[in-house]
Design a protein around this ligand. Structure first.
Ligand code: ARG
Length: 473
């Protein structure tokens, strides 16, 4: 029944076709092909150098694998769906090229340490790709922020107008958030520093493998310290997924603001035609599908994290086949995050900002109520008392339909004797912005300073990425 097993020595029966389909991972393993081949090249070289197999055999294997890698890169590597996974596919291709000597490649190796190595190489690469995407989006935000240092809008808490801020300040908040995301992905490298190869299926090998050799040639700092940990653990994948989920959640907040701000009710921004779509029914509609999908896809990536957490939870040491389920969530999250970063960068870069609408909303005099309270504080009034007094002034303005800024000194003094000027002198939008001049606040000079700092950090990150790419291509 079914197909004959590839290492079927101990079996009397082939595998049921349904089981073959059920256990196969080849349909998504392609993503790992280049790492699998690179890992095999390093392993074969080591086998030769360490004298585990004759040097001539190692050379033949390496030459064959290099040709397979070139085929892959040229899009010409056919993967056979009948061969369960990427490891078996590569070995089968190798056998076609170099014959029986291909059977020596798997010496001292198991698919368990092999897949763990593939994943580590994959994660290292993909984390770098995500960091590139995070640079791209922050660049777009910083560039637009530069244009909008003097664009003022209400800042919100509870989605209620709170205090006026510069649009540059608002977008730089996202630059900070995304910068921490980039740090998380860069930090992951530390947990990917040790090479699983040489751990074998679980306990190492009786053969004189040179683990330092493979570790070095694959760009790891050292071999893994514990063979059982090396084949059983997926916490670096979990860390990638959790960093990805956090990044998507951050992105979803930026996305939500684009959705909200492009409503007629807000009218703060208009997405470019290239980043919005129409309705199949309502001719007047221009829908913010791109940010909506980014917001929605955050759900998927959170799901990817939860999926793998759940797979790993409670698994006894060491390798269990459950772990094959690590790949699809990982690949999905990586692709989703990369694409989301890219389209958000484009949406931000091409956005029209309705500065007049923002300004009009920011002119709401109530946004200056805190400033009035702080004027009393400067006159020595305890803040709690000042807050109470200004609260009453606000209520007075609301019931009498008055603009807070038009209250005379005499009116103000009816509420508190410590007022020494007309409200008009105390309250002005520009002044409210400029008086917030401490580090991290929204005064012009601080925002300009923050922009320069953000640009400096982005340039440094760019250089670090370029250097990493050079040392571990
Ligand atoms: N395709 C497997 C995975 O993704 C490779 C390791 C298989 N190991 C095994 N002992 N069946 O995890």
């Amino acid at each position: 029944m079914g197909q004959e097993k590839p290492w079927g020595g101990r079996f009397q029966q082939g595998t049921d076709p349904a089981v073959e389909r059920f256990t196969a991972s080849i349909h998504f393993d392609r993503e790992l092909a280049r790492y699998d081949i690179r890992g095999s090249i390093a392993h074969a070289r080591m086998l030769g150098r360490a004298g585990v197999i004759p040097q001539a055999d190692a050379d033949a294997i390496v030459t064959g694998l290099e040709a397979i890698l070139r085929d892959l890169e040229a899009g010409a590597l056919a993967l056979d769906p009948k061969l369960e996974d990427i490891h078996m596919n590569v070995e089968a291709r190798l056998r076609e090229r170099v014959g029986a000597v291909a059977g020596k490649l798997h010496t001292g190796r198991s698919r368990n340490d092999q897949i763990a190595t593939d994943l580590a190489l994959y994660l290292r690469d993909v984390a770098r790709g995500v960091r590139r995407g995070l640079v791209e989006l922050r660049r777009a935000l910083v560039l637009r922020a530069r244009e909008h240092v003097d664009t003022v809008l209400p800042g919100y808490t509870h989605l209620q107008r709170a205090q006026p801020v510069r649009l540059a300040h608002h977008w730089l908040a996202f630059v900070e958030m995304l910068g921490r995301d980039a740090e998380r992905f860069a930090d992951l490298r530390k947990r990917l520093a040790r090479c699983p190869l040489g751990s074998g299926a679980i306990a190492g090998s009786t053969l004189p493998l040179d683990r330092a050799d493979t570790a070095r040639s694959l760009g790891f700092d050292a071999p893994g310290r514990n063979s059982m940990d090396a084949v059983a653990s997926r916490d670096a994948a979990l860390e990638f997924l959790s960093a990805a989920a956090i990044a998507m959640v951050n992105l979803s907040r930026l996305a939500e603001e684009l959705v909200l701000w492009s409503t007629a009710e807000f009218g703060f921004v208009e997405l470019s035609d290239a980043y919005s779509t129409g309705s199949s029914l309502m001719p007047q509609k221009k829908n913010p599908d791109v940010p909506e999908l980014v917001r929605g896809k955050a759900g998927r990536v959170i799901g990817d994290l939860v999926a793998l957490l759940t797979v790993v939870k409670g698994l006894p040491l060491t390798y269990n086949r459950d772990l094959q389920e690590d790949k699809e969530p990982l690949f999905d999250a990586a692709a989703t995050l990369r694409d989301s970063l890219h389209v958000m960068a484009g949406a931000i870069a091409t956005l029209t900002v309705q500065t007049d609408r923002m300004r009009a909303a920011a002119e709401d005099p109530m946004l200056l109520a805190t400033d009035l309270a702080e004027a009393l504080v400067r006159a020595g009034v305890p803040f709690r008392e000042a807050h109470e007094v200004v609260g009453k002034l606000v209520a007075h303005c609301l019931s009498e339909r008055l603009d807070l800024r038009t209250l005379s000194k005499e009116t103000l003094q009816r509420f508190h004797a410590a007022f020494t000027a007309d409200a008009g002198e105390l309250l002005a939008l520009e002044r409210a912005l400029e008086e917030r001049s401490m580090p991290g606040a929204t005064a012009r000079s601080r925002v300009v300073e923050a922009l320069a700092e953000a640009e400096r950090l982005l340039a440094a990150e760019d250089a670090a990425l370029a250097q990493e790419e050079e040392s571990h291509p």
